[in-house]
Design a protein around this ligand. Structure first.
Ligand code: OOB
Length: 539
């Protein structure tokens, strides 16, 4: 098994410690401290169910013991693929305490993606929930059948044959769990997948807890807050910016929403007196329309974080008047770097920028195509290095060679400019990925699947601006022989076991890609050319 490590230089690690960023805390230990300080405070609200900090700590201890009783060991990996339910947090902290590394899959992932994570991460377990509409247990059995070493399927809810029940694991006898190494990797996040398949991102207790502490401070999150998780809980944004884990870090209350829709969330805000939540821009648009209808009491809302994709200033401007709360823009990435506008920034800065980095030691480079610094205020490629930005993906030398410079800067793939006051403004992406409502799609990944279809000669997938989603995907396809139906190609992508958001929104058949394009210029140039050919009916 390839050990999961993170590779800051000894010099950088010593500096981050001496500056007090990395404090030697661990997830299990901070939860224990909260449970001792405020055992009866409510930590998790899921529908009518509630877990206090004492319940949370006790159940996650028991779950950790249950996993170890099953034969799992510290250093093993477990894919966690759960909807927004309270058990999700018990499981994640149970894994942290046992030293088993969660791989944070999303409910939308299907067999192609889960198989890839299981293989790359050498996962020993897949944790799913039964009775969720989609049959996750069948998915888990399917993947287990293909990936040697993936021995355990753990099910929340009714466990079927060959599965282990969450409730059964909770009945394990408590055992002494050794303290975890704060410098060690705590979990694997997933990359937005700018080229090819998502990569695994190792994050350490030290580096991640630093972002939790600082995010809570920058967002004004305290034990008095009630934070609602409306986006998928395992995504880095609702997990840590400031997200559920910052909320637990400060002893606040976390309310889970089953979906980000206004129908699910607005009544919940009123019922639970939610003070803070995070959204992606398309969801914010839906909330604005629903809130304008004015039936819900949103007076408890203090701050709303919006990020994951570019928020149009015209939409940003409506947040305060319509939702009655402060907007905080968040520009972040699972690899590390997170930027926030400040709660007390002037309205223009809040509305038109994506904020400033969390850490004084977040190093920011903005360079041209040749790697030279651009003039102040000009747009260029954003590179970054710092106390919570990774230096390498797990088990992926090819991706590491592309994504990191020799001196450890991460190439974000984003084009940004920096104002004189340090605030960043995101201009777009350099690479060919589609940011569909905050969900990232790699053009290359979808092209590979299209090319596997017998009636596809060649394919190029591009983004098209979309008023609601921000961007949607369009596949240009040169047919081989009989032209397939667009619907058949979409069905093909689904059938290949890909998440629904990756199915092209539109398919355009063409006879050829321009002469010069074929084989003579890069795929990137070809995609740019095709994007430019889209008429108004396509856009
Ligand atoms: C967040 O994380 P990922 O890893 O799913 O995606 C990162 C990418 C960024 O490189 C950028 O291209 C885009 O998503 N992005 C934004 C943005 N926030 C993220 N583009 C424009 N404006 C923004 N505000 O999406 C993520 C992680 C932590 C916090 C927030 C978002």
């Amino acid at each position: 098994m390839i050990p999961v490590t993170q590779t800051w230089s000894a010099e950088a690690a010593a500096r981050y410690r001496s500056k007090g960023y990395w404090r030697g805390e661990t997830f299990g230990a901070f939860l224990r401290a909260r449970a001792q300080a405020t055992p009866d405070a409510v930590a998790i609200v899921c529908g009518a169910r509630r877990w206090t900090y004492a319940d949370f700590d006790r159940d996650s201890d028991a779950f950790a013991a249950g996993l170890l009783d099953l034969g799992l060991r510290a250093g093993d990996r477990a894919i966690v693929q759960l909807p927004n339910i309270g058990e999700y947090f018990i499981i994640v902290f149970g894994l942290f305490k046992a030293g088993i590394l969660p791989i944070f899959a999303l409910p939308g992932h299907r067999s192609a993606e889960i198989t890839h994570f299981a293989e790359k991460g050498e996962a020993a377990a897949h944790i799913v929930a039964a009775g969720q509409g989609f049959d996750y247990c069948a998915l888990a059995h399917d993947v287990r059948g293909r990936v040697p070493g993936l021995s355990h399927v753990v099910t929340v809810g009714a466990a079927g044959a060959g599965e282990v029940g969450y409730d059964d694991l909770l009945r394990a006898a408590p055992r002494d769990l050794p303290a975890r190494d704060p410098a060690g990797v705590a979990f694997l996040q997933l990359s937005g997948g700018s080229t090819g398949l998502s990569k695994l991102i190792p994050r350490s207790h030290d580096d991640y807890i630093y972002t939790l502490r600082e995010s809570a401070r920058i967002c004004g999150l305290t034990a008095a807050d009630t934070l609602m998780i409306a986006l998928p809980a395992a995504h880095n944004f609702p997990m840590s910016s400031p997200g559920s884990l910052s909320a637990f870090y400060v002893g606040a209350r976390v309310v889970l929403a089953p979906s980000p829709s206004p129908d699910a969330c607005l009544p919940l805000i009123a019922r639970e007196r939610v003070t803070m939540t995070s959204l992606v821009p398309p969801v914010a648009l839906l909330w604005l329309s629903a809130a304008e209808a004015g039936q819900h009491d949103l007076s408890s809302l203090r701050v709303i974080q919006i990020g994951g994709a570019k928020l149009a200033p015209e939409v940003a401007r409506r947040i305060r008047p319509v939702l009655g709360c402060t907007l905080q823009q968040v520009f972040g990435m699972a690899e590390g770097l997170v930027n926030y506008t400040a709660l007390d920034d002037d309205e223009e800065t809040i509305v038109t920028t994506q904020g400033r980095p969390i850490s004084p030691d977040d190093e920011i480079l903005i360079v041209d195509d040749d790697g030279r610094d651009v003039a102040p205020g000009e747009a260029g490629h954003l590179l970054t290095r710092g106390p919570y930005t990774i230096r390498a993906y797990h088990n992926d030398d090819g991706a590491n060679a592309r994504a990191f410079t020799a001196d450890g800067f991460y190439r974000t793939g984003d084009i940004v400019l920096r104002r004189a006051d340090g605030a960043l403004v995101v201009q777009g992406r350099a690479g060919d990925h589609i940011n569909r409502a905050g969900e990232k799609i790699s053009a290359e990944e979808i092209e590979d699947h299209l090319l596997a279809h017998p009636q596809v000669f060649d394919a190029a997938v591009v983004s098209i601006p979309d008023e609601f989603l921000g961007e949607r995907s369009c596949a240009f396809v040169i047919p081989r022989g009989d032209k397939p139906k667009a619907a058949a190609l979409k069905a093909w992508i689904r059938q290949r076991g890909l998440a629904e958001f990756k199915v092209p929104d539109q398919v355009v058949f063409v006879e050829r890609f321009t002469e010069t394009a074929v084989g003579k210029i890069s795929r990137k140039a070809l995609r740019a050319h095709l994007r430019a050919t889209l008429g108004p009916e396509a856009g």
